[in-house]
Design a protein around this ligand. Sequence first.
Ligand SMILES: Nc1ncnc2c1ncn2[C@@H]1O[C@H](COP(=O)(O)OP(=O)(O)OP(=O)(O)O)[C@@H](O)[C@H]1O
Length: 264
Amino acid sequence: MKACSGADPIRVGRSYEGVGKSFGALKAVTDINLIVNEGEFITLVGPSGCGKSTLLNMAAGIFAPTEGKVFYRGAPVSAFNRKVGYMTQSDHLLHWRTVAGNIAVPLEIAGMTKAQIRERIAELLDLVGLRGFGDNYPNELSGGMRKRCALARLLAYDPETLLFDEPFAALDAQLRLKMQVEVRRIATQLRKSILFVTHDLDEAVALADRCAIFTSRPGTIREVLDIPLPRDRDLFHLRHNQHYIDLTARLWDEMAPAISAEEH
Ligand SMILES: Nc1ncnc2c1ncn2[C@@H]1O[C@H](COP(=O)(O)OP(=O)(O)OP(=O)(O)O)[C@@H](O)[C@H]1O
């Protein structure tokens, strides 16, 4: 087993130790060793099909590793758990419920009272910049507002780790930048740990404290790149930041052989 990169015994939140996952004869990932410190933002990049989503699914406990273990605060993750919030490319908003009604879903499941739900929804609408839109239906929202609503629902039961699987891939560049700013702000403000899968290498550098680079399948983490940009970085002006320019160029160089070898 390779040494876990980035270990910090005081702040370790989640760890993958010698983790592998096979689906029948197909080995998706192998020998994954990764520490996710509390409050840390880690982006995951790698060729298509190398097992990035599989890694998120194992963090959520959606399925178990076939080798090694995933730990959360020292205890093995053994079943689907509410310590994580999961967001994918599709927002999965319920079209027959208002914004407030969508955000209420996890709160109703958690058994909160009507008054508690109302109060929590008001907090969340403020947090994601949707105050005044609680009574609108999803089809009355812009693409960015839908994402904000999905983000509010994700945060509703205050999960400790947020898992993002290419959440902004379908957005245009300007909207994507706005959502990146929001996620980075919320992550810093609420001190969430984040695992964020992306194919966008600029996004991978802009958002991360560290970026894990996968090999092709069976995927393993080839390198974890430190991103020493300030925690309160200004994403709108990163393109002028020499560290950002150098790190992005380095990541592109690392990924170029794998990207050019992909079949599509
Ligand atoms: N539930 C499953 N059953 C069977 N095979 C699966 C399952 N989930 C993933 N796989 C396989 O495991 C491999 C890794 O898939 P995964 O979705 O984790 O990769 P990825 O890196 O996220 O891919 P992409 O970047 O294209 O989204 C793929 O070959 C995929 O077909």
